[in-house]
Design a protein around this ligand. Structure first.
Ligand code: NAG
Ligand code: NAG
Length: 183
């Protein structure tokens, strides 16, 4: 077989570079920005918790003032609702885990898949893998590193506000303001 001529390759490269630029991907179409807003209910207490500590190092045991000490691993299936009230419309769930990763200052690292179960993105999910510097307060930022369905190849960020926190048992309601770039 003859090698393809340089001319042919050059024409092909020009063709590709004309069709694909920063906002238009050859196979995926144009990039869109989507904003999502919801509340996450992370409930460690009670008979039916949505967040369950499954492990921690020998030296760091949970106690009432410190429910997720350094080295704790917590598995979640947290409910996402439209408003801060747990009885408001359920819009999705957040499945994954977080680890208590701050030795000097309380901080978490999250690896969680947020799937929507309502609205135009029903069945699609985005994935957070990020440090969550809880003590930095409102406006702290998580990175979004991918997604499924409508959010395939997504990237973006979430800005968090603590709506409610019980420092005794760890129960929290967190407001998420998500900005996603996807195709
Ligand atoms: C979301 O999608 C699931 C699976 O296709 C379907 O069963 C459910 O009714 C949908 N929910 C809404 C609110 O559209
Ligand atoms: C969400 O964050 C964006 C910036 O990323 C901001 O413009 C918008 O006002 C915020 N929305 C809410 C409800 O906080």
């Amino acid at each position: 077989m003859r090698a393809p001529s340089l001319f042919f390759l050059a024409v092909l490269l020009v063709h590709i570079s004309l069709q694909c630029n920063a906002t238009t991907n050859c196979q995926l179409g144009s990039e869109k920005t989507t904003n999502l807003h919801f509340y996450l209910h992370d409930t460690l207490s009670g008979n039916d918790p949505s967040a369950v500590p499954v492990a921690h190092g020998d030296k760091f045991t949970a106690n009432p003032g410190n429910p997720v000490p350094f080295s704790s691993v917590v598995v979640t299936d947290d409910v996402l609702t439209e408003g801060p009230d747990r009885q408001s419309k359920v819009v999705g769930n957040a499945q994954g885990l977080y680890v208590s990763s701050g030795k000097r200052e309380f901080s978490l690292v999250l690896g969680i898949d947020f799937e929507l179960t309502d609205g135009p993105f029903n069945g699609s999910s985005f994935v957070v893998f990020s440090r969550n510097p809880v003590l930095q307060g409102n406006g702290r930022e998580l990175s979004i590193v991918g997604g499924r369905g409508a959010f395939r190849m997504a990237r973006g960020y979430a800005l968090l506000k603590t709506h409610y926190l019980d420092t005794g048992n760890g129960d929290a309601i967190i407001e998420y303001n998500v900005t996603l770039l996807h195709y």
